[in-house]
Design a protein. Structure first.
Length: 248
């Protein structure tokens, strides 16, 4: 096909694959990103507090909610880099990003269902951990699609459209919960299904291949360290994002 650039391994180069995917890929990527944030921001914004109150009552709501959110935040901090690294090295024929764009939403939706249906605190904790892990894996895969499959000339604009996803997701999640507060299950599952729909859209249009070989434990854990003196631009970018999300 004209415009297709073979690589030494016989796969299609990312820019050529992105061009072949057409204008739908940026649209699908933005949709998946916003859908994921709507799904993952719904519990901490409103719905998890309501579920905790239903389970333990008003007197213990604050302390129990703090515990559940803290455990979930710790799970997200571990899951994000771990699942991102696993996504980099996934060698399934289905594709390294597509695989996690399927697994992540399914795990995340399961966690939201557990929160909506759970009648005990430990079920809320398990559900929020699953939700955080699943949607974190989805976000990691989507962020990789931005750098791997979006042409450099479009990358800044698409990244700019993805930037407001967190605050927009919080507002949209609050609106959805206010409309669905008559049903604990629906106020969690409807945002989750929006996240699933966005991920399915992206899976349907993104070209994906597995290009890296399998790894052992040593290669896996060593990949988490980047020498800041050797790569100062990466160090500054990492520090700025760390401070920004710590503030959030």
């Amino acid at each position: 096909m004209s415009g297709t650039t073979p690589t030494p391994s016989g796969t299609v180069s990312p820019p050529a694959a992105a061009a072949r995917a057409g204008a739908l890929l940026p649209v699908a990527l933005v949709a998946a990103y916003y859908g994921t944030y709507i799904a993952v921001m719904s519990p901490p914004t409103v719905s998890l507090a309501l579920r905790v109150r239903d389970v333990v009552g008003e007197d213990q709501r604050v302390s129990t909610l703090s515990t559940v959110l803290s455990v979930g935040a710790f799970a997200a901090a571990i899951a994000s880099p771990l699942l991102g690294a696993l996504s980099d090295r996934t060698t399934l024929r289905f594709g390294k990003r597509r695989t996690w764009l399927v697994i992540g939403p399914l795990v995340g939706l399961t966690g939201l269902a557990c929160i909506g249906l759970g009648g005990a605190v430990w079920l809320l904790v398990v559900g929020w951990v699953l939700a955080q892990a699943g949607w974190s894996g989805t976000l990691m895969a989507a962020q990789a699609v931005l750098t791997e499959r979006i042409e450099p000339g479009m990358r800044g604009r698409v990244s700019g459209l993805m930037g407001p996803a967190m605050p927009v997701g919080m507002v949209a999640a609050t609106l959805l919960v206010s409309l669905l507060d008559f049903s604990p299950v629906l106020m969690l599952l409807v945002p989750g299904l929006i996240g699933v729909a966005g991920a399915v859209f992206l899976v349907a249009v993104v070209p994906d291949t597995s290009t890296l070989p399998p790894f052992g434990p040593r290669e896996f854990f060593s990949s988490f360290y980047v020498n800041p003196r050797r790569y100062p631009a990466y160090a500054w970018a990492f520090a700025s994002r760390f401070l920004m999300f710590s503030g959030v």
